[in-house]
Design a protein around this ligand. Sequence first.
Ligand code: FAD
Length: 532
Amino acid sequence: MRTIYWFRMSSLRLHDHPALLAAAEGSSCLYPVFCLERRIATPYGENRRRFLLESLRDLDAGLRSLNSRLIVLDGAPEVALRAALADWSVDRLAYQLDLASAESKRSAAAVDALAEAAGVQVLARGGHTMCDLDALLRRAGGSPTTSYAPFVKHFEAEVRAAPIVARPAPSRLPPVGGEATAADDAARAVPAPADVGLPADADAAVLVRGGESAALARLDEHLQRRGGAWAAEMEKPATSPMALEPFGAGTRSTTVLSPYLAFGCLSPRLFYTRLAAEAYGRHPKHAMPPVSLHGQLLWREFFHTCAHGTPNYERMVGNPICRQVPWGDDKELLAAWAEGRTGYPWIDAAMTQLRREGWIHHLARHAVACFLTRGDLWQSWEKGAAVFEELLLDVDPALNAGNWMWLSASCFFYQYFRCYSPVAFPKKYDKDGAYVRRWLPALANFPAKYIYEPWKAPIADQKAAGCIIGKDYPKPIVAHDVASKANMAKMAEAYAAHKEGGGGGASKASATPTPKRAAPAPAKKTKQAKLK
Ligand code: FAD
């Protein structure tokens, strides 16, 4: 049997990879391929392209240690694999399922059709999630639940029926056929940074490296922190969105394993089972879902199940679980938010970190997403999700769309009257504004008293800090108190229309204008949104 193994953007690892193990079994020849459109600019941001190349290099090194190698084919899967199926006269094509997005399902369906037309057998197995998502959907009665508590019950029942097991990496792989490795060997190697439009110094200030080896090392590091006690006790709301070194072992941040889970460099089952054995098993007084680390992996599984079972999940229109809200459409507001120039230092610092490093803490994501949508700017969650898709390292369409629906109170979370204040919220974590000073150098010398509301500083203080508001740093783009109140009223209208319309379909709410560039009012304490 001659088999092509298709590594996808979400399966770049050797450990716990049932589809790869099944592909190796009974194959005399195995062609491990990855399809990359290297000559055209990829839609991913720089951080993500660099992470991808590092992951491919690491995967290639791992395969070489098993007497194999990675063959990088040029082009989209449905194009590149058509030629490979014919050139290598294979009998079988294998890959890991990825049900997180309409695009990953479309791409797999196109590849399946190619194989079928060529008379090639297809072998697809799960592994991107902990459970079989169809089995979880069946436990929910066929369509996904949008509440966490019942989902956990379905998950636990499923795990009792089919326990979570993480399998080791293969100890050897069948050889690669000669026709794939001969004359054009170099052309099929992992490309250089310039081939995917990366600058030569793309590696310079990188804090999170791609690849399975880096993923496993980071997992070890977390599980070894205080003999497993850190991971056992970790409760998400107690972590800080403003840890200055989110990637170090001693910080108050979260694990930063998300890029590895998204790219499939780390198996969620390995993470789950090792956590159970090495953290919870040794520290019986451990944290519990929804706030524990296991709870975080359950949130991941929850959103994957929702994405798999919901038509048009990544859009508002035609999405049966999403409230129809008449969002505004203002390119200027969107650009100011995306480029970190809203005049609200906490929001701008978080968006700057996101652009620079490709990762921000969950609560920073909460704050910027709330600000863009129902909080302040009244722009569509889909536009915010698209910006995240460009900037995030850990892009996962199921998690991205799901969390954006949550934060915009379009689904999952409905207390739209609970809103993050861009001034009061960050003060709880970082009174002196060290995080803002780090990411927004213009404000580095601002007095702590005004760090989250610099427009309020007397002009003498602005001069002394070397930063004049309106010249060196923007004035606030909207007045938070005015905008958030007006937006709550618009949300109330959208919710009422939703109720009137029987809970689905298009909204009857009218699009009211967004109050913008109004004079900022003094910040008042607003109720904070509930954390997960
Ligand atoms: P940890 O707290 O250490 O959690 C471990 C793992 O659990 C994470 O790596 C992740 O896989 C999963 N997890 C944690 N929180 C969530 C959550 N709320 N929902 C689902 N799974 C979760 N996460 C992504 O991986 N990709 C995205 O594209 C993405 N987009 C988001 C968009 C918005 C608007 C928001 C509010 C959140 C988004 N998240 C996304 C979820 C969450 O913020 C990140 O998974 C988390 O911050 C990653 O950091 P960590 O690995 O240190 O998380």
